[in-house]
Design a protein around this ligand. Structure first.
Ligand SMILES: [Fe+2]
Length: 435
């Protein structure tokens, strides 16, 4: 292995240099680490009205990196009252195909003691190499939450996902956070693919916090092993089962619990499946929050003609049904579908239970097999989703990459906690190619 790596360095470097001089437009060298921080991202903490996670990257010349933090002001005077926090740093050695080995330092800080409604500002790096200042707001404690949800971005992420992301940011009100339902990239440890994912979101990643659940493309196989990029480059909650840090976790707003499950480990590992089922039951028992949203990569109900996600059906669906989880936002099947199907005595009730959504943000598309559970569906359509949770209503809107409303519904909760779904589907034809 070592020999292979060394050879790849010896021979790949001249080729790499040659390719740069010949076709600079194809070069990935802008994705290599430098002394200046990049891949800067905010992640939700488990209590997002009180704290937030920050993560960034430098080259290994920076063993120490800092975050400078202040309460934001309308003018530049915030710079007179800042705090410096030294990051926790780890080194990640990675490589993509035959490209040179990349050594990078990843730095993380947990910002705590924040206040609802507060506006804050930070930059990362060091005295000779600061990033620009990034500003973020902690939502008011008014029990309203707005967030964005993307299905798989996965392929040609810079080229083809960025327009969807930008359309969402331009068209929608300011979001409190973003959810990614897995398969952010295609090859789990391909450093330049991760660089492309960060590039597609650029400064937005550093100003709007996100939470992501891993997909199968974030894992190497046999046995399923999460890419080391995940824990290095994200700073997500670690409040789930042991061994599933930053993949299985919960985030709690005053009236909204949002949960990430590690779909690949549900599929592949009986041990981690059971750990997640036990943990999920524990956090849903005596759950005081009005709304519960869950994200995982493999959908309970497939949209692709040749797929059936048995582990999700057999092990996860019963828990979602028993504890009346309101909404499941999923990925993997590279299509759009939304609807309900509550299983009782071997029969499905399409007017009851959790609302399931599958969506895709990137360009890879699979056929859709029309099914009774689908209230609205689409083939070959890149979408983004806006979810608003306020009082007794959850409002869900799906937009195409053109910014056109494609699907909309509300979930209304009565005083007994029972949900009614009200459709507001626009009067436009379904985009569908079915087999
Ligand atoms: Fe997938």
């Amino acid at each position: 292995m070592l020999k292979r790596l060394i050879l790849s360095v010896v021979f790949a470097l001249p080729l790499y240099a040659f390719s740069q001089s010949q076709s600079p437009s194809n070069s990935n060298d802008y994705l290599l680490p430098s002394p200046k921080a990049d891949r800067i991202i905010l992640n939700l903490s488990e209590t997002p009205l009180e704290g937030i996670g920050v993560n960034w990257r430098t080259d290994t010349s920076r063993h120490v990196s800092q975050l400078e933090f202040a309460i934001a002001t309308a003018g530049p005077e915030f710079r007179e009252n800042t705090t410096h926090i030294q990051a926790k740093t780890e080194t990640l050695i990675s490589q993509q195909d035959e490209e040179p080995i990349i050594h990078a330092n990843y730095h993380q800080v947990d910002l705590k003691g924040l206040k609802p409604g507060g506006q804050y500002i930070y930059r990362v790096g060091s005295a000779d190499n600061w990033s620009e200042w990034f500003q973020f707001a902690i939502p008011e404690d008014d029990k309203e939450v707005n967030f964005l949800y993307f299905g798989d971005s996965q392929n040609e992420v810079v080229s083809m996902f960025s327009r969807v992301f930008r359309e969402a940011i331009i068209n929608l009100p300011k979001m409190d956070f973003t959810v990614y339902a897995g398969d952010l990239i295609n090859h789990e440890s391909a450093d330049f693919e991760w660089g492309g994912w960060f590039e597609a979101g650029q400064w937005i990643h550093a100003t709007t916090p996100s939470m992501m659940t891993p997909g199968n493309h974030e894992f190497s196989k046999n046995p399923a092993t999460l890419t080391p990029h995940w824990n290095a480059q994200f700073n997500l909650p670690t409040n789930g089962p042991k061994g599933l840090e930053e993949t299985t976790y919960e985030v709690n707003y005053p009236e909204l619990k949002i949960i990430s499950l590690d779909g690949e480990q549900i599929d592949e590992s009986p041990t981690y499946r059971k750990a997640q089922m036990d943990w999920l039951r524990t956090i849903l028992t005596n759950n005081p929050r009005k709304w519960t949203v869950i994200t995982f990569h493999y959908p309970v109900y497939a949209t692709a003609p040749d797929r059936y996600h048995d582990k999700m059906i057999d092990y996860i669906r019963p828990i979602l049904q028993e504890f009346k989880v309101d909404l499941a936002i999923q990925g993997h099947d590279h299509a759009y579908a939304r609807g309900r199907a509550f299983e009782e005595n071997g029969k499905l009730d399409y007017e009851k239970g959790t609302v399931y959504v599958v969506s895709v943000a990137g360009p890879k598309m699979y056929d859709v097999k029309p099914d009774k559970w689908m209230t609205r569906k689409a083939y070959g359509t890149q979408t983004y989703q806006w979810i608003n949770v306020k009082d007794d209503v959850l409002t869900f809107k799906t937009y195409t990459a053109l910014g056109k409303l494609y699907d909309a519904f509300e979930i209304k909760k009565n005083s007994n906690g029972e949900n009614t779904v009200i459709n507001h589907i626009p009067n436009t034809p379904e985009r569908l190619q079915s087999k």
